[in-house]
Design a protein around this ligand. Sequence first.
Ligand code: PLP
Length: 473
Amino acid sequence: MASLRHHGTWDGPRVRGDLPGPRSAALLARQDRHESNARTYPRHLPIAIQEASGPYVRDVDGNVFLDFLSGAGVLSLGHNHPALVRAVIEQLDRLTHGLDFPTPVKDEFTQSQLSMLPPGLRDRMKVHFCGPTGANAVEAAIKLCKIATGRSDIVSFQGGFHGSSSAAMALTGLVAQKRPVANGLPGVHFFPYPYCARCPVGLEPHACDISCATYLERSLTDSHGGIPLPAAVILELVLGEGGVVPMRAEFARRVRQLTAELGIPLIVDEVQTGCGRTGTWFAFEQYGITPDVIIASKALSGIGAPVAVILYDRRLDSWAPGAHTGTFRGNQLAFAAGVEAIRVFHREDVAGNVRRRGQQMARILAGLVDRPWVHEVRGRGLMWGIELAHPADGRPATAMARRVQAHALRNGLIFELGGRDDCVVRLMPPLNVDADVVDTACAILLAAIDTCTSDDGAGHAPSAAVHAHRNHE
Ligand SMILES: Cc1ncc(COP(=O)(O)O)c(C=O)c1O
């Protein structure tokens, strides 16, 4: 099997025959026998992965796909970026695990993370290294704010996703995940998120005066509002798992103003939006707000080596030694890769690429808005969602979204669904993706939507190569 390591030799996505291919099918069957029922991605993306490089993934049957899932946003520079691989290999020989001892590479990582903050914030923030998952960092942020304020309640938003640990799940909108688990974290209050495509308070977009913000303001200042002054407000500036819903700027500003006035720490969960995904290092920079706590994880190392941090205003640093630990909080390989990822970010103008490729995607996907099954196209940077709905009554079109996903996969494009009822196609390419790859992926997606939504339900069309038209600069 030819190697993909030098992806200059790449000649486009190739899928031969049905999916899963025979080798993938055998591994999927073994997985089914031996692994937990809670596994998710391979249920709808039925492949077993052999290797990957840049934006490409090859399955064990030799099929090659474009990967617009990017390890759920982890692989910001694509698979196995050579500079990051080198950094990891060099570090591997030096030190791999360091608990929370200072090490040169950890110090470099800390300094480079702080250097990515807006100037006014750099000197104000401290870093805490958490257990290496987004959920663990969410837990840390909540604990920090509870201890610092001496309060107990948390305000979160409907549609938000913060992870699968007990506390993170309690802050998450997704009901199905928490319903079966008794005794969740008490004191979490959910407020409507401005998801204007399906207004949470039933208003038409033209009639909306950001009622969600007004409701939050009144509830938190009402002496009979039922909610004690909370320890924190936590939010995502673009709902990720919740279906790629960018927060309205006015809403974000009003939440920041309200929380500042009431002395409530504002936590922004940038686990998915962080590290350049939306075109700035953190999404909050585009909203003109300054958070008190930032949660970051997924793409920090750029290569999938796990690491999670919170960056927080040093005034909140009232916790005692050991207040939040985690054995794996000293992943030196992740630090080495993360330092290099920031160098690459600057050297290759990755933020500029996100903006240019984001505009390219916006232009192409705009062509979808007149399609009857397309409810809304939305996104920021390289985080895009296409919400599908039944043309007759606007119901979420879950089954159709699954067909589109399967059709695209058979033509060589990997992406996941998200949002309410999994009716949103979510596109998260690597941040250094090139224009041709974007064109090819979008062409596969558009063909999948057109084929699957055509009257004869041709979602079962055989696989075929899709050639993109160049329409970029
Ligand atoms: C916004 C957000 N927060 C937290 C998490 C949880 O991260 P992890 O799965 O690493 O625990 C996720 C995961 O998708 C996320 O998207």
